[in-house]
Write a protein that binds this ligand. Structure first.
Ligand code: BDR
Ligand code: CA
Length: 306
C-alpha cells in the first residue's frame, strides 16, 4: 500500500497503558499513516505523557515517524486528576527505560489539530484517547475545520453502564467534563466509544503472551512488563484481564463495522456523567462490539514481526 492510498490519522493521547497499546495498534495498521500525535494531560501529568510518547516511538519506530505536539497541561476549568492505575509515570513505573530525546515540534496541540484538519479534511481521522481538553480548544479556535475532518472518534463516557472513577462517570469524561460538553455542543459528528463498549473487550494474560511470542524479545519484554502493571491490579480485583478502552477506539476508527452504533443526545453532568437527554442527537455511541473480530485485529497488529 503506498502512503497516498492510506488514510491519515491524528491521535490525541495521554499515555497511559491502554493508550500505549492503542498507539501500537495504530502504528501496526497498514490502512493508516499516523501523521500527528498530540499529547494531553490525563492519566499522568503532561510532561510524563509526552515522555511516554517518545518512549513508545523509540520502542516501535513507526515509519513515517509522526510529528508530536504537546498541548493542555490541565483541564479547561478544574485541576488535573491523574490515574493511579497507570503508575506515577503513566506506563507502570518501570525503572529502566532508555533515556529519550524529546522531539516536540509544537507546544500548541490545539493549533496543530486545526492545521491537520484544514490540510487533510475528509481524509483525516482524529482519535482522542484522553480528556478532550486539546480537542475542545481546537474546536474553540476553528469548529468548521474540525467538523470538516473525515471522522472524530473519542474514547470516553458511560451511557447505560456504571462509571469507572465514580459510580456514574468514566475517567476521561470525569477529568474534563467541560471539554466533552464543548465538543458535543460544537456540531462535530462525534463517534463516542464509552465503557458500554470497551468493557466488552478484555485482554487476558494468555492472549497477550501468545501475541508477544511473535515479536522481537526487547519489544515483547517491555510491552509485557508495562501491561503487567495494570493487569496485576485487574486480576487482584477478580477481573479476567485488562479492558482495552483506548485500543477499541482506534479499532473502530479503523473499522466502524466492529461495533453497533446508536445515535444519541448526551448531556454532560458536573462530574462527567454522560446522560441521555431529549432532543436531536449530538453524537453516536458504540454499544455492541464484535469482540472476537476486534481482539484478533488487536492481537495480530500489536507487535512488529521478528
Ligand atoms: C480511559 O481512562 C484512561 O485511564 C484510559 O487511558 C482510557 O482512556 C478509560 O476510562
Ligand atoms: Ca487514555
Amino acid at each position: 500500500m503506498t502512503t497516498d492510498s492510506r488514510r491519515r490519522a491524528l491521535i490525541d493521547t495521554d499515555p497511559g497503558i491502554d493508550d500505549a497499546l492503542a498507539l501500537l495498534l495504530a502504528w501496526g495498521s497498514p490502512e493508516w499513516t499516523v501523521e500527528v500525535v498530540t499529547v494531553v494531560a490525563g492519566n499522568a501529568p503532561l510532561e510524563a505523557c509526552a515522555r511516554n510518547v517518545f518512549r513508545l516511538l523509540d520502542l516501535r519506530r513507526p515509519l513515517p515517524a509522526p510529528l508530536v505536539a504537546t498541548g493542555a497541561a490541565r483541564p479547561l476549568a478544574r485541576p488535573l486528576r491523574t490515574a493511579a492505575y497507570h503508575g506515577g509515570d503513566g506506563l507502570g513505573d518501570l525503572p529502566d527505560w532508555p533515556p529519550v530525546e524529546p522531539r516536540v515540534t509544537s507546544v500548541d496541540a490545539p493549533g496543530v489539530i486545526v492545521e491537520a484538519a484544514t490540510r487533510y479534511g475528509g481524509s483525516l481521522t482524529i482519535v482522542a484517547l484522553g480528556p478532550l481538553t486539546n480537542l475542545a480548544l481546537a474546536v474553540e479556535r476553528d469548529a468548521a475545520a474540525i467538523r470538516g475532518a473525515g471522522r472524530v472518534v473519542a474514547m470516553g463516557g458511560a451511557v447505560d453502564v456504571p462509571g469507572n472513577v465514580t459510580p456514574d462517570a468514566e475517567f476521561n469524561a470525569h477529568v474534563d467534563p467541560e471539554a466533552l460538553a464543548r465538543v458535543l455542543d460544537a456540531g462535530v459528528r462525534l463517534d463516542l466509544v464509552p465503557l458500554d463498549a470497551t468493557r466488552q473487550v478484555t485482554l487476558e494474560p494468555a492472549a497477550l503472551q501468545s501475541a508477544l511470542a511473535r515479536a522481537p524479545a526487547p519489544f515483547a519484554d517491555r510491552v509485557r512488563r508495562v501491561v503487567e502493571y495494570a493487569l496485576r491490579m485487574d486480576l487482584a480485583h477478580g477481573r479476567r484481564g485488562m479492558d482495552l478502552h483506548d485500543p477499541l477506539a482506534v479499532g473502530v476508527a479503523l473499522d466502524p463495522t466492529l461495533v453497533r452504533w446508536e445515535p444519541v443526545r448526551l448531556a454532560v453532568g458536573p462530574g462527567g456523567q454522560t446522560r441521555r437527554a431529549a432532543g436531536e442527537p449530538n453524537a453516536r455511541f458504540a454499544h455492541v462490539v464484535d469482540t472476537p473480530r476486534f481482539l484478533s485485529m488487536f492481537l495480530e497488529r500489536l507487535c512488529p514481526a521478528c
